[in-house]
Design a protein around this ligand. Structure first.
Ligand SMILES: [Zn+2]
Length: 338
């Protein structure tokens, strides 16, 4: 029997793969797509584990095979990382994370790496019933590399299953897509999300909204300075001080990913201000800052709050096109000078 108890949510997908493994019907190639951080890669690893597990209830996490997969040291687990930095596999093993710190989503998996993989695939698996090949960020494959990989997917080697995993399916060539079974992952439901043991005093409802139901993203948010930045923003609004606003954001936002998260957070704050202003304070997301939000809402006019929301949308559009935080800040700070 196959049971994916350690995976939170995704019940439909879990049931589907349990059946496939029990009946030994895994396809050669799966394309897992959906938002970042919802557990796509970890689930692919659980499938590899379950398939090769020696216990009755799989994956058991205790047999030698399961342990080797969990530690990412199983010789029949091939994880294809971008070519730089070169030590990603050993970092992953060291940190016990499929996507280790130091992983750069902008680096390429090259055609040479695909050729190396192809050479390796001509050999039978070392010890497993089936070998598993994981591309944990398949959009790292550049076009050349995807075209090279296509040949393998067209005539897949026996005893191997490929998992192409991406949060950006638009970057996967249609030819590759059509050779794969597509499995769509979504953000978790709140009921599922809240079962994760987050170590934080921030409201889980807020984390849920900011991360769009992605545990990975929520954990990343907690590592950034985004949550304390909310207080700086509300204070700068109270003081109507655009310079304080810009400086606070500049000092706490480090990169483009964080800039996107910052905008999402900014939108939840603006929305909360509007809710407080209209007397719907029980719907506020940033519940830990309710008092400060109510004070700011009293001080700001409807028109000002509307402008905050409007400029937030403008800034989102701008950021997705030009990726320039300074210009985004200028747009947002403009709403202070009404
Ligand atoms: Zn096992």
């Amino acid at each position: 029997m196959v049971k994916f108890d350690s995976v939170i949510g995704h019940n439909r997908i879990k049931n589907y793969f349990s059946r496939l493994i029990e009946e030994d019907l895994l396809a050669p190639t799966y394309l897992f797509y959906g938002p970042e951080g919802v557990g796509k890669s970890s689930f692919a690893l659980e499938i590899a584990k379950a398939y090769n597990c020696e216990a009755d209830v799989k994956p058991c996490d205790e047999c030698p095979s399961c342990k080797k997969f969990s530690k990412l040291i199983h010789p029949d687990l091939l994880i294809v990382y971008p070519s730089k930095p070169e030590n990603l596999r050993s970092l992953a093993i060291e940190q016990g994370k499929l996507k280790p710190d130091g992983f750069d989503p902008t680096k390429n998996i090259t055609i040479d790496q695909v050729r190396e993989l192809q050479a390796e695939l001509t050999r039978p698996p070392f010890m497993a019933k089936k070998r598993f090949v994981l591309f944990i960020n398949a959009d790292n494959l550049n076009v050349e590399a995807q075209n090279a990989l296509l040949k393998t997917l067209e005539e897949p080697p026996e005893n191997s299953t490929f998992f192409l995993i991406t949060s950006n399916i638009g970057k996967i060539l249609p030819t590759i897509r059509s050779r794969s079974r597509l499995i769509k992952f979504s953000g978790l439901k709140f009921e599922e999300f809240k079962t994760y043991p987050f170590r934080t005093t921030y409201p889980i409802t807020l984390l849920y909204r900011l991360s769009e139901g992605s545990i990975g993203k929520a954990l990343k948010l907690l590592e950034t300075e985004l949550m304390p930045l909310r207080i700086d923003i509300l204070n700068s609004l109270l003081e109507r001080d655009p310079d304080a606003f810009m400086n606070a954001v500049r000092s706490r936002i480090l990169n483009r990913d964080e800039a996107q998260d910052f905008l999402k957070m900014y939108m939840t704050l603006s929305r909360d201000l509007l809710l407080a202003k209209t007397g719907c304070e029980n719907l506020i997301s940033n519940v830990d800052l309710k008092t400060l939000i109510k004070t700011a809402a009293r001080k700001l006019s409807y028109r000002e709050i509307e402008t905050l929301i409007f400029t937030g949308y403008e800034a989102e559009k701008y950021l997705s096109r030009y990726m320039n935080l300074e210009s985004v800040l200028t747009i947002l700070a403009g709403s202070f000078t009404l």
